[in-house]
Design a protein around this ligand. Structure first.
Ligand code: ZN
Ligand code: ZN
Length: 245
């Protein structure tokens, strides 16, 4: 493998000029075209257009938050599927991680075995927003959906730097989520990762919180295959439904 600056050119397009996004091996200082903030980033279009994570999906955070707070279901798949199927939720992007933490916390609140408040749901989502950074699934090995599930365990268990078992359990849960997601790469798919992470989370809440959450009522058939900018994994993905009915 050469150590060239450009890793590869993807077919995903710039929101501003439609140019194909490029991924750099080394981060460089980029200026967000929406808010003007300068930061080190790894993804631009050929015209240098860069959108920071704060601006990416602006407004959608509120949409996800309002939906989950008002939701009464204790089926986390029902909550998550409604949101990830909305047209304005990007195919790829950390908006999907906000959905993962919002859906899990809401299902826990509605199920009722552990006490979860609306403030705690928002807290888990805010923590997710701080650590879910676009493209970092590949750049550091930590897809934002891992801290999304971790934030739920941390909030419910009261984990923090100074704590013992609370933090240990949270980290162990995150480790299992990372492993579950790692088995689904090539290319990464945020929709698949949310579904796999939530399936693993059902086992983890049983193990660490003794909460029984339901699994999907029927198999999930993904309708987003053609939207994937890097190419859907199709038959390698558990949620792929071929169009021949
Ligand atoms: Zn552009
Ligand atoms: Zn910005």
């Amino acid at each position: 493998m050469s150590a060239g600056q450009h890793v590869e050119t993807k077919t995903e397009n710039c929101q501003i000029c439609g140019g194909e996004l490029e991924y750099f091996n080394s981060g460089r200082e980029l200026t967000c075209i929406q808010c003007g903030k300068k930061e080190i980033g790894n993804i631009t279009c050929p015209n240098g257009h860069y959108v920071c994570d704060e601006c990416h999906g602006k407004g959608l955070f509120e949409t996800v938050k309002e939906y989950v707070l008002a939701n009464k279901s204790n089926n986390l798949f029902e909550i998550a599927e409604y949101l990830i199927n909305q047209d304005n939720i990007p195919m790829l992007g950390c908006e999907n991680a906000w959905i993962a933490s919002g859906a899990l916390m809401t299902a826990l609140r509605n199920e009722g075995t552990v006490k979860v408040t609306d403030e705690q749901i928002v807290e888990a989502m805010n923590r997710t927003k701080r650590q879910a950074i676009g493209g970092y699934c590949g750049l550091t090995g930590v897809c934002g959906i891992s801290p999304a599930i971790g934030s739920c365990f941390s909030v419910v268990l009261g984990a923090s730097c100074r704590k013992d078992q609370e933090t240990s359990s949270t980290m162990k849960a995150v480790g299992k989520i990372v492993n579950a997601i790692a088995a689904q790469t090539g290319p990464c798919c945020c929709k698949n990762f949310v579904r796999i992470a939530l399936s693993e989370a059902v086992l983890l809440v049983k193990e660490y919180l003794n909460v029984s959450l339901s699994t999907p009522h029927e198999p999930i058939n993904c309708t987003h295959s053609s939207r994937h900018p890097h190419g859907c994994r199709e038959s390698k993905c558990s949620y792929f439904k071929s169009c021949v009915d």
